[in-house]
Design a protein around this ligand. Structure first.
Ligand code: SF4
Ligand code: SF4
Length: 189
């Protein structure tokens, strides 16, 4: 359940930001009639401070700062269940993604561990074209200061062939590199 929010007039810059987020997500918040189907199907809603329906409502009310400060955008798993269930065709998953990117740009990360994991995961895909579990763990543990976290699991997992010491590189790495370059041109990290 979200905290109480204070309503105040939406400034032109806040309106412009909401329009930009809609444009980036390729969707419109005004289509939403608050039926709650998105929240009912969201596998992560139980852990969110504002479930997806409420994130949309914050934006409808012009409360973009509150939307950017939610923990929900860091908990969202981008599974797209909400978007596929919406009877109004609102692409909520894309909107959550747009809000998350903006929060990252504005350095409003409410969950530093999730952001560190997100970055480590994307670095692996950028460098090798696919996730590299050992590198992901090392990057994540270093970024969050948990240097020995899960260290006791590393050797048994390696011996059972569950994680490789060296990364596997895929063939289409150039195409992946171009995707990251395009994302950077659009303001991504
Ligand atoms: S399912 Fe669609 S219309 Fe219903 S609350 Fe969610 S975004 Fe709004
Ligand atoms: S994309 Fe995010 S908000 Fe939508 S159902 Fe999945 S976890 Fe929930």
């Amino acid at each position: 359940m979200g905290n109480a929010v204070k309503l105040s007039p939406t400034s032109d810059s806040q309106k412009a930001l909401i329009s930009r987020l809609e444009k980036e997500a390729g969707t419109s918040i005004n289509l939403c009639y608050q039926c709650g189907k998105c929240t009912a199907g969201c596998p992560a809603a139980f852990a969110m401070d504002y479930p997806p329906r409420q994130v949309i409502r914050l934006l409808q009310l012009g409360l973009v700062e509150e939307a950017l400060n939610t923990e929900s955008v860091w908990i969202c798993a981008s599974c797209e269940t909400c978007s596929s269930r919406c009877p109004r065709g609102v692409d909520i998953a894309a909107l959550m993604d747009a809000v998350r990117r903006e929060a990252l740009l504005q350095n409003r990360v409410t969950d530093k561990k999730v952001a560190a994991f997100n970055k480590a995961f994307l670095n692996g895909v950028k460098w090798f074209g696919r996730t590299y579990e050992a590198g992901l763990l090392i990057q994540y543990n270093t970024a969050t200061g948990q240097y020995l976290k899960d260290a006791e699991l590393g050797l048994p997992m390696f011996l059972k062939g569950k994680v490789g010491i060296l990364p596997e590189k895929i063939k289409g790495r150039d195409a992946i590199k171009k995707i990251f370059e395009r994302a950077q041109e659009k303001g991504g990290e």
